[in-house]
Design a protein around this ligand. Structure first.
Ligand code: HEM
Length: 277
């Protein structure tokens, strides 16, 4: 409700702005668009923000002692202080003067890879881009936007930004699901040697998940996963899907139907030999 009132007030403000001065209106509309897009656009929407053309940006490669700029997700950063990386002869000079967003996560540092089309990136890669974005926001100065796939010549948001926001949202959801699953079923420790073969076992820190129980190894079958993974399974207390249960069997998650015992391994053992396949 509050949001709707805010939206109505903003629309009215835009109409007044247009009647008063059409130029003021442009920044007002941009702010509105940002609101409607509801996403990652903290750098757009201000009439003070410089919007570079691609050609303009291409001049900032640090040649002849000049400044070095690069763009990520349509935002331009002054990376002159990192000239040894981005300037002429630097190991990452291919990033300067352009928006090569995709290459930050694909590692394809060539003409085909150094592009601002992120529509084919995986969720994992989108999260990687988000990290790079935070890095540049923190370590370097934002100096504007570049006209390209993310922003138009007026700094208005384009479809690629919507694609990024959508993918980022589902990437975060997916990561949450994976993190929750790892908390519930932490990965096992594992080792393999020529003489002894393989072994999986559980400890209170296995899979990088610190906890107050070690659990027992089970083959864990996940939806969509072609192979089961080894999970350490809690053996006491209520099942994870009903932690408040008063009438549980005190078997933790042992009865989860997606779990199988390892062959040749006792149900209570915290270490199992791996079947030779
Ligand atoms: C997708 C792959 C990679 C990308 C996109 C990437 C990108 C970058 C960028 C942009 C910087 C400069 C950061 C700054 O502004 O301070 C940097 C620094 C650095 N990178 Fe990479 N990198 C990649 C892979 C690697 C790999 C595989 C190694 C090592 C084997 C590596 C080693 C380094 C080192 C040592 C620095 C810091 C250099 C220094 O501070 O003097 N990078 N990387």
């Amino acid at each position: 409700m509050k949001a709707n009132i805010a939206l109505m007030v903003s629309v009215l403000a835009c109409i007044f702005a247009y009647l008063y001065d059409p130029k003021t209106c442009r920044s007002c509309v941009r702010a509105l668009l940002k609101y409607v897009n509801g996403g990652y656009d903290q750098n757009a929407g201000s009439s003070n923000v410089k919007v570079f053309t691609r050609e303009e940006l291409s001049k900032y490669k640090g040649e002849d002692g000049g400044d070095v700029y690069l763009a990520l997700l349509g935002s331009v950063y002054d990376v002159t202080k990192g000239k040894r990386h981005y300037g002429p002869g630097g190991g990452y000079s291919f990033f300067s003067g352009i928006d090569g967003s995709a290459a930050y996560v694909t590692g394809e540092f060539n003409e085909k890879g150094l592009v601002d089309d992120i529509s084919n990136l995986s969720n994992q890669e989108i999260l990687g881009l988000e990290e790079w974005k935070s890095f540049y926001e923190k370590d370097y100065k934002f100096v504007g936007l570049v006209e390209g796939s993310f922003y138009d010549k007026d700094g208005g948001t384009l479809d690629m930004m919507k694609i990024f926001n959508k993918k980022l949202e589902s990437a975060k959801l997916e990561k949450n699901l994976i993190d929750n699953d790892k908390e519930k079923f932490p990965p096992c420790n594992s080792e393999w040697s020529q003489n002894k073969g393989g072994r999986v076992w559980c400890s209170t820190k296995s899979g990088g998940i610190a906890r107050d129980w070690a659990g027992v190894p089970r083959m864990y079958f996940t939806a969509g996963g072609s192979k089961p993974r080894c999970a350490c399974v809690r053996t006491r207390g209520p099942p994870s899907y009903d932690m408040k249960s008063q009438s549980h069997k005190d078997r933790g998650d042992l009865d989860n139907p997606n779990l199988n015992l390892y062959p040749n391994c006792h149900a209570d053992s915290d270490s199992c030999p791996l079947p030779k396949s």
